[in-house]
Design a binder for this molecule. Sequence first.
Ligand code: SF4
Length: 263
Amino acid sequence: MRTMAAPLSQSATQKVSSNELLRFIRSNAAETLTPQELLTWGIKNFAPNLALSCSFGAPEGLALLDMMHRIDPASRVFVLDTGRMRQETYDLIDRVRDRYDKNVEVVFPRSEDVEAMVRERGLNLFYESVENRQRCCRVRKVEPMNRYLAESGLQAWVTGLRRDQNVTRGDTPKVEVDELHGGIIKLNPIADWSHDQVMDYIEEHDVPTNRLHAQGYPSVGCAPCSRAIGPGDDIRAGRWWWESPDTKECGIHVDEENEGSGI
Ligand code: SF4
């Protein structure tokens, strides 16, 4: 179960008072807001120190990018480049740069960490054990994310998490204090949306998406760890398909100590 007990970071209280923010979170008022209303609230209170985390491999992040751009053309977006991504994903990043005239902030893993891991466990370590897969995600995703959020001066970040994506995401609130990242604010504006609602938004607003969706990939992750799914398969069945559903998190959104499944 998630808790809201973490003290707010000082930076998160600059535009909206700590008490006001906590009242807003505890009132569950965000649960009644549309994604655009919650994003408008976030941009008003935190921009330019608010950014969207977008993988460029799932439609959720692109829908949010489009919404945020319509509210504030200067809205920020960042992506973690793990070094193992598909060419189609890199192509999409450049298409978004052109379409929205947006400077996508690309965050890389530390080369010394990647080199040490590969020397010790090999290039394809993730297939050998959950522990190895979690280590690769930690080196290529979690550490860069933690470093970026700690060093970029962000007061809030936005994610495309949805409650029905996985068993590990069923209790995702629309707004929370992010205890894993120093008490900054985390907005999950489409937590209560379905996949169909996301796709309706994408179609209605002609939002660019990853070309691999048309080839059976509902979600495109790193090349070795995502594959196309068949009709009737669970939407996340193509990610880490050799693992059980309760370990399928990269660690960016879960507390590995408290929630077990971890990174
Ligand atoms: S998804 Fe696969 S390749 Fe990417 S960081 Fe995780 S284990 Fe490594």
